[in-house]
Ligand binder design. Structure first.
Ligand SMILES: [Zn+2]
Length: 271
């Protein structure tokens, strides 16, 4: 009995010290390491690539000119000193060929995905830059693994990282892409991603209020079904528009350019 108690106490101490080791990233509870984010991202991306019916990724060789525009905008974002994992993460970009979906998503470890439905819907480059910066912020702030920390045990996620749990990897991919409720970002995550989209783009030549411009394109009271997914994965649109304008004034950034004409060149490259 006694040794059992000692054993249990020892286990508890080990678990607690592990939790303390992994527990915080910029004040956020996260049991996963940065390396875990990268490996989980690799697993989730492998599941996405295995399912081209759901995720028809546009070929990068055939559509190199289109991709180059997105890389150019991504590199403006990654030049921000506010990006913590610029060198650690894989910031690859993927365009998913589905005109019916107005959405974008990030997976742990840096990769971001943009639907052609979103790219066709937008009307200026500042809005696209805002949405991209918002997704980059979700990845850089490790919002997904912070959510996963609350949902699954470390052991369960470890099985995904090790490649032993493809069904959960696929489930996580679907959760992130479709914003299924379980993994949906919290209100605080959304505000944080908006704030950092402003901070990343504030010093750049783009107008940094792109996320607000994007939301302003919707009739938020009666959103069309094509955007309901984006609005459900990125909720609180009305309040967030207000907050973006308030922060913009507080941070004192210059107006910037919306690049409406240049965006037409991007649109013209879409299949
Ligand atoms: Zn978001």
């Amino acid at each position: 009995m006694k040794s059992k108690t000692v054993k249990a106490t020892t286990t508890l101490i080990i678990v607690l010290s592990l939790m303390l080791t992994f527990s915080c990233d910029r004040g956020k509870f996260n049991v996963f390491t940065v390396q875990d984010d990268k490996e989980l991202g690799d697993e989730v991306h492998a599941e996405i690539e295995k399912d081209p019916a759901t995720y028809p990724i546009l070929d990068k060789t055939v559509h190199s000119e289109l991709y180059n525009h997105l890389y150019r905008i991504r590199d403006v974002i990654l030049a921000s000193p506010d990006i913590k994992y610029k060198n650690e993460f894989n910031w690859e970009i993927y365009i998913i060929h589905d005109d019916n979906v107005i959405n974008a998503f990030a997976i742990p470890g840096g990769r971001t995905y943009y639907y052609t439905g979103l790219l066709k819907f937008l009307e200026d480059e500042a809005s696209l830059a805002g949405v991209m910066a918002h997704e980059v912020a979700h990845a850089d702030w490790r919002h997904s693994t912070a959510r996963l920390s609350k949902m699954y045990s470390y052991q369960t996620i470890l099985s995904v990282i090790l490649g032993d749990n493809p069904s959960l990897a696929a489930e996580i991919a679907a959760n992130l892409a479709l914003g299924l409720t379980a993994l949906a970002y919290s209100r605080q995550d959304e505000y944080e991603a908006d704030e950092y989209s402003l901070r990343y783009l504030g010093p750049a030549e783009h107008d940094p209020r792109g996320v607000a411009y994007f939301f302003e394109m919707f009739d938020l009271e009666n959103p069309p079904s094509t955007v309901s997914t984006y609005l459900s994965t990125h909720p609180y649109a009305g309040d967030r528009i207000t907050e973006i304008y308030r922060l913009f004034a507080e941070l004192g950034y210059a107006e910037g350019n919306r690049f409406t004409e240049r965006y037409q060149q991007i649109k013209a490259l879409l299949p």
